[in-house]
Design a protein around this ligand. Structure first.
Ligand code: 13P
Length: 251
């Protein structure tokens, strides 16, 4: 049985003081009778703080990125062991902002995935087409290629560490959400693609999250689709009330 998951990607938002405040609000406000795994991904400098504040909660902490090398002369970068050493067991890889602004390629992401798995970390692997791809009716091809080149080298037994996040670039931060039908259509395609490469058990067990302008008023409908197992939330994860309402939508 696959897990339902709601994850908040805080991107480059929230100082330490603001992080503590938002986390305490989440501890207060998040429904505790919802059967979903809740994850928050603050910026690197606040990960330790988040781990401490959330120590006795059910909320897990993820990093937004990491470097593929074990260690070395990579000024400004963060390694897998730096993360696991402070208690971070999950990392977001391949976010479209990393791909677009920091030139992360599928080949690089494949290396990052390997490093994360070597350190026994969970990976939230992000991918999704741009607007032009969809207009050209290439969205299925683009997604299939991103999965094949970034992820489909992993062994069968590594899939238990993988969470997928389909995030169409045109829906991120734009207020333009994929319709629940568009999300379901793509998630079904993703699951089918995994089935072809890895078989039914893995395809059925992997959680596929939708990301892109998920808000309190559209979350429930998107989450109600059979192949949508939760969401990766950007802007609306920055307000405890909105994030809590989104988590309510997973019931
Ligand atoms: P928004 O929810 O702000 O569109 O961002 C989605 C996202 O990029 C999550 O990783």
């Amino acid at each position: 049985m696959r897990n339902k998951i709601v994850a908040g990607n805080w991107k480059m938002h929230k100082t330490a003081v603001e992080t503590k405040q938002l986390l305490n609000e989440l501890i207060d406000k998040l429904p505790n009778d919802v059967e979903a795994q809740i994850i928050v991904a603050p910026t690197f400098v606040n990960l330790s703080l988040a781990i401490n504040v959330l120590e006795n909660s059910n909320i897990a902490v993820a990093a937004q990125n990491m470097h593929q090398a074990e260690a070395g002369a990579f000024t400004g970068e963060i390694s897998a062991s730096m993360l696991t050493n402070i208690g971070v067991q999950t990392v977001i890889l391949g976010h479209s902002e990393r791909r677009a602004y920091f030139h992360e390629t599928d080949a690089l992401l494949a290396e990052k995935v390997n490093t994360a798995l070597k350190h026994d970390m969970n990976v939230i692997f992000c991918f999704g087409e741009e607007l032009k791809d969809r207009q050209d009716n290439q969205h299925f091809n683009v997604v299939e290629n991103q999965l094949r080149d970034g992820l489909f080298h992993i062994e069968n037994n590594a899939w238990e560490k993988i969470i997928l996040a389909y995030e169409p670039v045109w829906a991120i931060g734009t207020g333009e959400t994929a319709t629940p039908e568009q999300a379901q259509e793509m998630h079904e395609f993703i699951r089918e693609t995994i089935r072809k490469h890895y078989g039914s058990d893995i395809a059925e067990d992997v959680s596929i999250l939708y990301g892109g302008s998920v808000k309190p008023d559209n979350a429930k409908e998107i989450f109600s689709k059979p192949d949508v197992d939760g969401g990766l939330i950007g802007g609306a994860a920055l307000k405890a009330e909105d994030f809590s309402k989104i988590v309510e939508g997973i019931r």
